[in-house]
Design a protein around this ligand. Structure first.
Ligand code: GAP
Length: 511
């Protein structure tokens, strides 16, 4: 994938009603986006796929919906007031602010691109005999590039973990990193910048600062005992939540990849201390399975262990996707120990312990978290799905090959002409199918044009009602991906569609 492809994704998302800039008629608001009529459906379907896979398919996971506003002391206890910050550096000439670690990671990406070029060249040279694993293990250029990446990792880690940000600045200078805007290397020192937004709770009190939650996880932690007791939950068990989070991202960029207001889908899994690594590995592979079940090429995914662990974690890994701008995090799996519950216990004086009947003792459970950005997952799907296909004879089509169950519409119902009783039959079919699927009805323009419009918004099946349909009670269904067509009787239509496009069919791949 390429920057060119990324530009196509952004313009396609706007042109077809998936994503708009927030307050666009006021020239927009940087790094804040709205979802349009098709985007909101895709987003809802991703959320539903996540929720059902987590809550409905796990008898020991339940959901909550906590408020965005929380008692301000929650964020002191959780460490966010003191520790939720990014290392920032400003370029004195362009006046642009950057995340220092991101500048360095982008620099490392150049070596990864070089490696990829070596591999592509070798693949061409060796043809069918090419052995990727052996090549990567023995090629001296790749070894040299990897050694450089590792050496930079080491030094970045040293600077970030020790809190000595001079080391990070030194590294930027030594690597000769220039500002992408001004091209100059005239940098300020590296400083920490807190990412939480705050506002006032009431108009009258003096000291009433309140934060907009920067993660949904704390809403789960503060409700852990409520849920455990009222749900009579036994370890191990999980609590899931989806909802908005807010971060003052200075380097907000890359469309909906890094936003100031975004949505998370998080699950905290409470386990007996000592069993956390076992569950960490379990969730690591289970979450990767969730991604691959969407039919995305597994070479586009990889795990990436964290260099700098968050203040609450003893192990952490990212699931990264090969976005048009390179491999980046889409989901994090974190072993959060008993950090959060312990901190809330200390801050409130309320016992947050679990009584283990088998062991006959009380303890604070350990937590393994899975945390995925809904908007980022949206971008994964859009950038993976958008294709321009050559149809021969100088013709192309733009098609969005989304997983059928997640597409904004599962089927489109298209009467061939606007007369002869075809619209009436089409609307009757629509009424029946709409009870289970989101259906699109359209009778304007030629059938070819209507197919193309449905391809562009990702509708997996078009149902055409023609003159024969009135007599033989059958319709033609046309598949988005293959463009193959098939005659199906009305009595079998629902079952045929369900097998191909239902959430049930998708979820089956997980069990
Ligand atoms: N509770 C843990 C937590 O919040 P995180 O790695 O900071 O961990 C989890 O965030 C996920 O939320 C990320 O993997 C990413 O998909 C998404 N995310 C984080 N910041 C984001 C932003 N500014 N815009 C869009 N998505 C974001």
């Amino acid at each position: 994938m390429s920057e060119e492809h990324f530009k196509s994704v952004i313009s396609h998302a706007k042109e077809y009603g998936f994503v708009f800039l927030s307050s666009e008629i006021y020239d927009g608001l940087a790094a804040v986006y709205d979802y349009g009529q098709n985007g909101v459906e895709l987003k809802k379907n991703i959320r539903e796929y996540w929720w059902k896979s987590m809550v409905q398919l796990h008898e020991n996971i339940v959901g909550v919906d906590a408020s965005i506003f929380m008692a301000p002391d929650v964020w002191k206890a959780s460490g966010h007031v003191d520790g939720f910050s990014d290392p920032m550096i400003d370029n004195k000439d362009s006046k642009k602010r950057y995340r220092a670690d991101v500048l360095i990671e982008d620099f490392q990406e150049k070596y990864r691109v070089k490696n990829q070029k070596e591999i592509t060249k070798a693949k061409k040279r060796f043809g069918e005999d090419f052995d990727l694993e052996q090549f990567v293990a023995t090629n001296p250029n790749i070894a040299r590039n990897n050694a450089k990446i590792e050496a930079i990792d080491e030094r970045l880690k040293e600077g970030l973990e020790s809190g000595n940000l001079h080391l990070v600045k030194e590294l930027i200078e030594e690597l000769g990193i220039a500002c992408p805007v001004s091209g100059s290397k005239n940098w300020t020192d590296v400083r920490q910048f807190n990412l939480m937004y705050s506002t006032q709770m009431s108009a009258t009190d003096g000291d009433n600062k309140i934060y907009l939650r920067p993660e949904t996880a704390q809403g789960i932690f503060v409700n852990y005992l409520n849920v455990q007791k009222t749900g009579r939950m036994k370890l191990p068990f999980g609590i899931a939540q989806t909802g908005k989070a807010f971060r003052n991202e200075i380097v907000a960029r890359q469309f909906i990849m890094r936003m100031k207001e975004f949505e998370q889908m998080e699950m905290q899994f409470f386990v007996t201390p000592g069993q956390e690594m076992e569950w960490y590995n379990h969730w690591k592979s289970h979450r990767m399975k969730w991604h691959l079940n969407l039919g995305i090429d597994k070479r586009k995914y990889r795990f990436h262990d964290h260099i700098k662990l968050a203040h609450y974690a003893n192990a952490a890994v990212d699931i990264e996707f090969d976005f048009p701008f390179g491999f980046k995090e889409v989901e994090g799996i974190h072993s959060r120990t008993d950090f959060d519950l312990k901190q809330h216990e200390l801050a409130t004086g309320k016992k947050l312990q679990y009584f283990d009947h088998e062991k006959n003792e009380s303890y604070i459970p350990y937590v393994v978290e899975t945390s995925i950005g809904l908007d980022r997952m949206f971008l994964v799907l859009m950038s993976n799905a958008l294709q321009t296909e050559d149809l021969g004879d100088g013709q192309t089509r733009t098609v969005l090959k989304l997983p059928p169950a997640l597409s904004p519409f599962q089927c489109a119902i298209l009467p061939l002409v606007k007369k002869d009783g075809l619209p009436e039959l089409a609307k009757k079919i629509m009424r029946d199918l709409s009870l289970d699927f989101n259906c699109y009805y359209e009778e304007k323009d030629s059938i070819g044009k209507r197919y193309r419009r449905q391809d562009a918004i990702g509708t997996p099946i078009c149902i055409t009602v023609d003159h024969d349909s009135v007599n033989d009670q059958a319709v033609t269904i046309r598949y988005r991906d293959t463009m193959n067509q098939m005659r199906v009787s009305l009595s079998e239509l629902h079952e045929t569609i369900e097998k191909e496009v239902s959430m049930k069919a998708l979820l089956k791949g997980l069990i």
